[in-house]
Design a protein around this ligand. Structure first.
Ligand code: SF4
Length: 226
């Protein structure tokens, strides 16, 4: 499999599975360094064996990009059958395999403008927007998130994304994350007031908007399993 790192939070009984590799090449990717260096990957049995002795309620499949792993569905099914956990997929939404054993999807909408999306990720967002609608229609629990990057993916773009989500369903939860500056990119982190202003704009269209302003501290212990 593409999994190279596993963490566990005993308080929330949550496991995070980190997948290596991505089908986007985002300019502001915080994981660029991890993703560039191919690391030791676990096979399916090793992943399950590492989880077996933990008390688990939720498993989060996260990036890199989990959907490009051909064994994602098999792993999600095993986690359901053997560990009885709730499976959450974090994805860029570009490619969606069978998600029969995924209980919840958080689709990251990088930009609504295709020009901006191509500039940031290297790929068109046509499929992403289509997949967002298809996921909603499939009945899976769906939420979304975006990164606020001042003077690039700013409040105007967040407004367009919020309007798009609302056109699907205004009750879909949406989170706005403050950009964390990545070396060799020209952008700064937003100020708290800028994040709040983006939240207020998104709330004109959506009922459930939250944010990460970038100064949050970890609320519980997280241990490294692999
Ligand atoms: S989709 Fe996520 S993991 Fe992939 S390149 Fe973009 S920011 Fe990085």
């Amino acid at each position: 499999m593409n999994i190279y790192h596993i963490t566990y939070a005993p308080t929330t009984k949550t496991v995070c599975l980190y997948f290596w590799g991505c089908n986007f090449d985002c300019r502001g990717c915080i994981r660029k360094k991890d993703l560039a260096t191919k690391t030791l990957l676990l096979d399916l049995k090793e992943v399950i064996d590492n989880l077996r002795n933990l008390e688990i309620e939720k498993v989060v499949f996260m990036g890199g990009e989990p959907t490009i792993d051909p064994q994602l569905q098999e792993l999600a099914e095993l986690i359901h059958c053997e560990l009885h956990a709730y499976n959450i997929l974090l994805t860029n939404g570009f490619f969606l395999p069978s998600l029969d054993d995924i209980d919840e999807v958080c689709l990251s909408l990088k930009a609504h403008s295709n020009t901006l999306h191509k500039d940031f990720t290297g790929k068109s967002n046509k499929k992403v927007l289509e997949n967002f609608v298809n996921l909603y229609r499939s009945g899976v629990r769906l939420r979304s998130e975006s990164i606020l990057i001042p003077n690039y993916i700013g409040c105007d773009e967040i407004e367009n994304i919020a309007r798009f989500i609302a056109s699907v369903d205004p009750s879909i939860p949406y989170r706005i994350d403050a950009y964390t500056p990545v070396p060799e990119t020209p952008w700064r982190a937003p100020m708290k007031e800028e994040v709040e202003s983006a939240v207020n704009i998104a709330r004109k269209y959506l009922r459930n908007v939250s944010c990460l302003k970038g100064d949050e501290s970890l609320k519980y212990e997280v241990v490294r399993i692999v």
